[in-house]
Design a protein around this ligand. Structure first.
Ligand SMILES: Nc1ncnc2c1ncn2[C@@H]1O[C@H](COP(=O)(O)OP(=O)(O)O)[C@@H](O)[C@H]1O
Ligand SMILES: [Mg+2]
Length: 299
C-alpha cells in the first residue's frame, strides 16, 4: 500500500513538472498578444491597459503597449507625454518601428498608433512587410503585446480583437455596457474568431457583485452562442482612478495601494500564472492577420 502511495506521489510530481515545462517551452515560443477592448466606450480600457502593463512589468515581464485607438492617443494622455513619432511615420517610411517605441515607466514601451493604424489596413501585406518584420523583431525582446483598441464592433476594432491571441473584454456593471460587451462577444462569434475571450468587470462596487455581473455574460454567451468566455476578475470603482487621470500619472505609480491598483495587480498575476499561454503567439503574424482581416469586416 505504502509503495503504491509513494508511486502515485512520484507520478503526480512528474506530471506537475511536465506541465511546468510545457508552459515554459510554450512561453519560449513567443510573446502573447492581448487586445483590451469593449463594446461601449469610456469603460476604462486605456487606464486598464497602461496599468496592467505596469503590473506585468513589476512581475518581471517585458511589455509593449500598442495604442490602437483611432481616436485620441489615450495612453500618452494618461502618461502626460506627447510622442514625437507615431506608427504613421513608420508607414510613411520616415521612421522605423524601433524609432517610434517610446519608453514608459518600469521599462514598458509604447507604440503610439495614431493614424498609422488605419493607414496600415489600406496597404497590402507586401507593402507593410517591413513593419511586420519590425513587430517580429520586437517579439524577441518582449513577453507581451497589449493592444488598447477603440470601442465597438466596427472593422477598426474587430480586426485587432480577431487577430489577437486573447481579448480582455472590459465592461462596467451598467446595463448599456453589459449589453455592448455581449454584442462584442457575439460579433467575435459571428466572425468565427479563434481569439480566447476573457471578461473583466471594471468599476465594481464589490468583487462579488462584479463577478455576478460578469458571470451573467459568461452564462449567456455559453447558453445562446456556445461561446466560451473566461471570467478574469473585477476592478473596484475607485476615485483614485479619476484622480490619476487628472494628474496624468499612472494609477499604479501614484496610488499603488488603492483598491483599483491592487485589483489590477491580481489581474496581472492571473494573466501570468492561471492562464495557459495560447500557442499562436507571434507579434508579426498579429499585424499581418489584422491587416488581412480588416477589409473583410463590416465598417
Ligand atoms: N475602476 C475605476 N473607478 C473609477 N473610475 C474609473 C475606473 N476605471 C476607469 N475609470 C475612469 O473612467 C474614465 C474613462 O477611462 P478610459 O480608460 O479612458 O476608458 P476607455 O479607454 O474605455 O474609453 C477615466 O476618467 C477613468 O479614470
Ligand atoms: Mg481609451
Amino acid at each position: 500500500m505504502a509503495e503504491q502511495a509513494q508511486g502515485l506521489r512520484q507520478w503526480i510530481l512528474q506530471q506537475t513538472l511536465q506541465a511546468q515545462e510545457d508552459v515554459l517551452s510554450e512561453r519560449g515560443q513567443g510573446g502573447r498578444v492581448v487586445a483590451i477592448t469593449s463594446g461601449k466606450g469610456g469603460v476604462g480600457k486605456s487606464q486598464l491597459t497602461l496599468n496592467l502593463a505596469l503590473a506585468l512589468a513589476q512581475r518581471g515581464q517585458r511589455v509593449v503597449v500598442l495604442d490602437a485607438d483611432l481616436g485620441l492617443a489615450n495612453i500618452n494622455i494618461l502618461m502626460g507625454y506627447e510622442p514625437s513619432y507615431t506608427l504613421w511615420d513608420v508607414v510613411q517610411g520616415e521612421a522605423t518601428l524601433m524609432d517610434v517605441l517610446q519608453k514608459g515607466p518600469m521599462g514598458i514601451r509604447i507604440i503610439p498608433g495614431a493614424s498609422g493604424i488605419s493607414a496600415l489596413a489600406r496597404l497590402k501585406p507586401v507593402e507593410i512587410s517591413g513593419i511586420i518584420e519590425g513587430f517580429q523583431q520586437l517579439e524577441g525582446e518582449c513577453d507581451w503585446l497589449l493592444v488598447d483598441t477603440g470601442a465597438g464592433i466596427a472593422a477598426n476594432v474587430l480586426a485587432f480583437v480577431l487577430a489577437a491571441d486573447e481579448a480582455l473584454v472590459v465592461s462596467n456593471p451598467e446595463p448599456p455596457a453589459l449589453a455592448d460587451a455581449y454584442g462584442l462577444i457575439k460579433a467575435v462569434w459571428e466572425a468565427q474568431g479563434r481569439v480566447s475571450l476573457k471578461i473583466v468587470m471594471n468599476r465594481s462596487a464589490t468583487a462579488q457583485s462584479g463577478e455576478e455581473m460578469a458571470m451573467r455574460i459568461v452564462s449567456l454567451a455559453m447558453k445562446v452562442l456556445e461561446q466560451k468566455v473566461e471570467f478574469m476578475g473585477t476592478v473596484h470603482e475607485d476615485p483614485h482612478a479619476r484622480r490619476a487621470v487628472a494628474r496624468q500619472e499612472p494609477l499604479l505609480l501614484l496610488y499603488p495601494q488603492s483598491p483599483a491598483a491592487v485589483d489590477i495587480g491580481s489581474l496581472a498575476d492571473r494573466m501570468i500564472h492561471r492562464v495557459k499561454p495560447p500557442k499562436r503567439g507571434r507579434f508579426g503574424q498579429f499585424v499581418s492577420r489584422m491587416t488581412a482581416l480588416w477589409p473583410t469586416l463590416p465598417s
